[in-house]
Write a protein that binds this ligand. Structure first.
Ligand code: SF4
Length: 305
């Protein structure tokens, strides 16, 4: 597990590709059934104007140009000539099959691209889409991200997710059946959830034994309905220490092999209202490392199959 007590994405990239891989976020110009009136019209309660993908390129410009811009931007920070194209904003399998095919293949043909990541919803993975993803999976390194956030029905209603847990389970089965890597997003810190309930969600995802997981704290962003809710119904915000404690207990309960894509958030500084401590990402990450050491624990320590 490198120098970390959990299995990071960088570690996995190193193992598979022999070095650093840059993840380049692009905006494929999609919307979301939870925003366009099909499932809902206001989206998930925490979802901002950019559809939960805060750092993707601009949807006004073609994918190829977005990628060049992202490469320029990130090459100042990272030195790599291997890229994963990340379709991040909104629901990236929500379109006609022809459009999806041409978009994914356009991304794959670009120089240096070694894989593709697609963020979507379980209700946007019909047979045709699964078939297309299965084909792509045979040609490149593919993963699919699902924003579950919580297994609890009360939270599903509160956040207006617009699909039940059973649909997530079904999508996971389908992805696994076709050997497609799945990554599940969970949010820690909903106002109506106890620590035990958060751990129950983590254990549910752990049991899927899928490829990856993303954890982050609930953010309250200015451009969201959650912000309006918070103004009218102020609730207590998780402290950094509480977050670190739950994150460590979560890491202990997932399989050792599960790839941890994220354990803290990337909220937009100018929009973030709470938790303000999450802006100091480095401090959160080093505090998690330190606390793992103090507790002499590690990812998978308490995972039971
Ligand atoms: S599913 Fe994703 S894009 Fe759609 S409303 Fe929810 S957070 Fe936003």
């Amino acid at each position: 597990m490198s120098n970390k007590r959990y299995n990071t994405l960088n570690n996995e990239f190193k193992r598979i590709f022999g070095g650093k891989v840059m993840k380049l976020s692009v905006d494929g110009g999609f919307t979301c059934p939870n925003r366009d009136g099909t499932k809902g019209s206001r989206g998930c309660i925490f979802c901002g104007e950019e559809g939960s993908g805060e750092f993707a390129g601009s949807r006004q410009i073609p994918i190829k140009e977005q990628l060049e811009q992202q490469k320029d931007l990130l090459s100042k920070k990272w030195n790599s000539d291997q890229y994963i194209i990340y379709f991040q904003n909104f629901t990236n399998t929500y379109g006609t099959i022809d459009r999806l095919r041409s978009l994914y293949y356009e991304a794959l043909e670009l120089e240096g691209v070694v894989g593709i990541a697609i963020a979507t919803r379980p209700d946007c993975l019909d047979e045709e889409v699964i078939e297309l993803l299965t084909d792509i999976n045979k040609k490149t390194f593919l993963w699919v991200e699902l924003g579950l956030q919580s297994i609890h029905e009360k939270t599903e209603k509160f956040i207006r997710r617009g699909y039940p847990l059973s649909l997530y389970d079904k999508a996971i089965d389908e992805l696994k059946r076709n050997n497609i890597r799945a990554v599940t997003h969970l949010i820690i810190g909903f106002p109506n959830e106890s620590k035990d309930e958060i751990i129950q969600s983590v254990k549910h995802v752990a049991k899927t034994n899928t490829w990856g997981i993303k954890l982050h704290s609930l953010y309250i962003q200015r451009d969201t309905d959650l912000y309006n809710y918070y103004i009218k119904n102020p609730f207590s915000i998780m402290t950094m220490d509480e977050y670190i404690d739950i994150t460590i207990e979560s890491l202990e309960r997932i399989p050792k092999s599960m790839v941890v894509h994220r354990i803290t958030g990337d909220g937009k500084k100018d929009l973030l209202i709470e938790p303000t401590w999450s802006l100091n990402k480095l401090k959160v990450l080093t505090s998690i490392d330190k606390e793992l050491k103090i507790r002499d624990t590690f990812q998978g320590k308490l995972f039971d199959t």
